[in-house]
Ligand binder design. Structure first.
Ligand SMILES: CC(C)(COP(=O)(O)OP(=O)(O)OC[C@H]1O[C@@H](n2cnc3c(N)ncnc32)[C@H](O)[C@@H]1OP(=O)(O)O)[C@@H](O)C(=O)NCCC(=O)NCCS
Length: 430
């Protein structure tokens, strides 16, 4: 896998920003001052409080693993805050039947003093060009606002569910699995979150690899955690004593009720029994009236585990956004559930994926070849193809809203082939 830090900054964006007297460059993570300035600008850009020295020290080390880019007023000293930030790294993205390298993009901020003059566009297009130059077939991100990234060819491809439970109404109907649930301390919680995610992420399309600081944060081990003492952890061991599931959560009192709400930060369960056991622990917890959790798969079995499914509210929302850069490489990296032989005409404002492509699926594997445009069956934008890619968005639905120009039969065939067996999931923010 290529190291994103070794990929040069995009010359087109360097030039475009130089025209505004701005310097677009890689942060030198060997320099504490440069790293700190990047991190403080990132925090400010996301409307977070200015970090303490302790938080800066604990966090800037993690920047070393990433390709961090800052945009600076020309000529400022090292240590001056950049006016815009972005970072990226290459991570495995799980797809049906395997994995593909994905250019993950994060920390996109433009300072309030420099907004709406094309800096974010230079950052995003610069990252996409850098990814393509490194031969990475797809880019991904999670978003603060769903209206920003479609223009760069991204689409919501991995929808997830936010679940809230009225435990008194829902009740519990499932038999107890054969293993047992145990409380664990925060260090063990962090370790299990990390190791189980490495297994869980391979089980559903849409997942990416985690990283240390992500799990420190979930386990309440980072110095800027708002309430570390409240973080609790449990694990599920199967009947042979192997750890198969882990859950991080906190309990907060519902004012004047002497009853509690359980907010679940993360569940990783690598077997159905483990998930049932963790849900069973939560829903049967004494004094807990309400449970909330986000980033669950939209086919989470919970509504089928309770007495009254109307006590379980499932809200689907966008979470994982993808952007195909290399059509043959991306489409041949995954498997398919039905044969296909169609020509797609893909539009792409940035040009990476544009063209007419014959997509032939035989025995679950695709061959993609460029073809003449006169034989097209399906016309769609790269963002629409990216929405379909992980197998969690319906081509029939995209046709109904006009984003896919095809016969009903062709859209249905795409769905038969592309749909993942289990709903895709992205269990983390990045
Ligand atoms: C979102 C943000 C990065 C945009 O930066 P910017 O430099 O002002 O954006 P640009 O001037 O390059 O605008 C590029 C395009 O995005 C659009 N755009 C910018 N901000 C937008 C927003 N918040 N919602 C919708 N569209 C937006 C612009 O209208 C422009 O459209 P066009 O080129 O098609 O005409 C910036 O407002 C910011 O830092 N916000 C807070 C942090 C954040 O939300 N980051 C995104 C993390 S996922």
């Amino acid at each position: 896998m290529t190291d994103a830090r070794t990929v040069p900054v995009d010359p087109t964006s360097v030039e475009r920003l130089a025209g505004q007297n701005l310097t677009y460059r890689m942060i030198d993570t060997a320099s504490d001052a440069d790293s700190e300035a990047f991190f403080r600008a990132d925090m400010r850009g996301f409307l977070d409080p200015d970090p303490t020295a302790e938080v800066v020290t604990a966090t800037t080390d993690a920047l070393k693993d990433r390709r961090n880019i800052g945009v600076f007023e020309a000529g400022v000293a090292v240590g001056t805050l950049p006016v815009a930030t972005v970072n990226s790294w290459i991570t495995p993205l799980t797809v049906p039947g395997g994995e593909v390298d994905m250019w993950a993009i994060s920390s996109v901020t433009v300072s309030g003093t420099h907004r709406r003059r094309g800096i974010a566009r230079a950052l995003l297009e610069g990252e996409l060009r850098a990814a393509a130059s490194a031969g990475v077939a797809i880019a991904g991100l999670t978003v603060s606002e769903a209206t920003i990234y479609g223009r760069y060819g991204f689409a919501s491809a991995v929808p997830v569910a936010k679940i809230t439970v009225d435990t008194r109404r829902a009740g519990w109907a499932a038999p107890a699995p054969a293993g047992r649930v145990e409380y664990i301390d925060k260090e063990t919680l962090k370790e299990h979150l990390s190791t189980l995610h490495e297994v869980a992420r391979t089980q559903r399309s849409g997942q990416i690899a985690g990283w240390d600081m992500r799990w420190d944060r979930v386990a309440g081990l980072t110095p800027d955690h708002p309430a570390p003492a409240a973080v609790r952890g449990i694990r599920y061991l199967d009947e042979h004593g192997a750890v198969r599931g882990v859950m991080a959560y906190k309990l907060s009192e519902i004012p004047d009720a002497f009853r509690f709400e359980m907010s679940i930060f993360h569940i990783s369960a690598v077997t159905p029994d483990a998930l049932t056991a963790l849900w069973g622990f939560a829903l049967q917890h004494d004094l807990v009236d309400k449970i909330s959790v986000d980033l669950r798969p939209i086919d989470d079995p919970l509504p089928w585990l309770v007495n009254d499914r109307r006590g379980v509210e499932v809200t689907v929302h966008d979470h994982g956004w993808l952007r195909i850069l290399d059509v043959p490489a991306a489409l041949s990296a995954r498997t398919y559930r039905a044969p296909l032989d169609l020509v797609l005409r893909v539009g792409d404002a940035q040009g990476f994926a544009a063209g007419a492509w014959r997509l032939t699926v035989t025995d679950g594997r695709a061959t993609i070849t460029p073809v003449a445009e006169d034989t097209v069956d399906i016309t769609l934008d790269v963002s629409t193809l990216s929405a379909l890619y992980a197998g969690g968005v319906s081509a029939v639905q995209l046709r109904a809203c006009g984003r896919l120009d095809a016969t009903a039969e062709a859209a249905a065939s795409l769905d038969d082939a592309f749909r993942a067996v289990e709903a895709p999931l992205l269990g983390i923010w990045y």
